[in-house]
Design a binder for this molecule. Sequence first.
Ligand SMILES: Cc1cc2nc3c(=O)[nH]c(=O)nc-3n(C[C@H](O)[C@H](O)[C@H](O)COP(=O)(O)OP(=O)(O)OC[C@H]3O[C@@H](n4cnc5c(N)ncnc54)[C@H](O)[C@@H]3O)c2cc1C
Length: 446
Amino acid sequence: MASLDSALIAIERACGSGSVIRDPSLLEGYAQDESETEPCMPEAVVRATSTADVSAVMKAAYEYEVPVTPRGGGTGRVGGAVPVPGGIVLAFEKMNAIQGIDKQELTTRVQPGVILGELKRVTEEEQLFYPPDPNSLDSCAIGGNLATNAGGPRAFKYGVTREYAMGMDVVLADGTILKLGRETKKGVTGYDLTALMVGSEGTLGIVTEATLRLIPKPESTVTAMACFSSLDEVAPVVSALLAQGELPACIELLDEEAIRIVRPEAGLTIPNETKAMLLIELDGEEARLETELERTGNILFDLDALEVLVAQHSGERERLWASRRELSHSLKRQAKNKLAEDVVVPRTKMADLLRYCAELSERHELVIPTYGHAGDGNLHVNFLWDDPDQKARVDEAIESLFRRVIDLRHWSIESAVSSAGTISGADCATGKDQGRLRSEAHPEPG
Ligand SMILES: Cc1cc2nc3c(=O)[nH]c(=O)nc-3n(C[C@H](O)[C@H](O)[C@H](O)COP(=O)(O)OP(=O)(O)OC[C@H]3O[C@@H](n4cnc5c(N)ncnc54)[C@H](O)[C@@H]3O)c2cc1C
């Protein structure tokens, strides 16, 4: 405790009076994140205002051996922002400036506390686009995104945060300040320390500024919802689209249980017999989108889609996405307990994984809603239960899930070729069902 007090005195001296928060009612808000990790109250929170502040905090913490947990929006799903007992939280809500957007170089310079949704809005006003889009975008911060290498639905086409991080200022555990990376488009020599830092979850250093790559904003976007009567029908869709040269911005999958939850909120009428659903977004040049949508629709119908519904305006699109973004929280309300696992398999193995989740649900008599980024083979497998006696079965099912995921990840040329071959180009390119896309003619809300 004496070292903690000494560290906090040194920090307040360096960062200014009021920079250290010790009021328990305020500390409570920093005790947990969006994971199921047990909350832990920090001893103090420091709201940094500059790289120099962060350096001073780390120097003092290093000297007095006090653990520090950096925190962005606190939306992490693995407990990374939950403080270490006896430690302090370094919070970035005051370091939230978008310091500039360079329209010539297609870059932006930001502080770590910038909320991702805000950066998206501001860059889009300049007709530019920052693609990483975790579904927490209105509450997560850039520092947290860099630390977790955040992905999101559009990672399928545009990649994850690492692909947009060009350079950054970081503070090491002893307070040393480093400038990493580049400001220029090309920068090929030397170790890529920026890439190393991205995804390191605050264990290697603390990001205090970053230069991010932007791309031109896609001219237009269209969102469609494809409904299927079984999960098995959904599995080959991604390979089929890619085989036909289609690259949607995202392909999100929802199983029957997840559909039941989004159904009242989705805005579009989902047919009753739907057991699996894909949310597909295409973006690009307006003139080409209609043809792409038609081709995509044909592929989906050739794979036995019951219905392909197209959102007619931004309000309808936003409503669909809002129901998808809210899904994780909505699931939490379905049972007393929820454990969400986040697993990835080669996308050609998605069918096996989906089948296995259904098998686990039956074998362990558990509700296991599953949804995720089908384009990346990334599924969120959720275990819901009310009765504490069910927990042992949940643990057993989770262990089996991980074992199966590891098995499915073993690379096998033979299985990759045969899975990709399940849909032949000829099967999908018939175009015989042109005009089968259905749009619900809801008027644009006022
Ligand atoms: C509804 C919902 C949907 C989500 N969807 C997705 C998704 O689609 N894809 C995805 O990838 N994630 C998703 N997430 C998880 C989460 O939003 C992301 O991991 C996000 O990047 C975390 O950002 P944050 O600012 O909230 O970080 P926090 O939770 O505050 O912190 C995360 C980690 O980063 C560290 N950290 C924070 N700031 C810094 C910094 N400046 N320097 C160094 N380390 C730092 C923390 O110590 C911690 O280890 C979702 C979460 C929710 C609640």
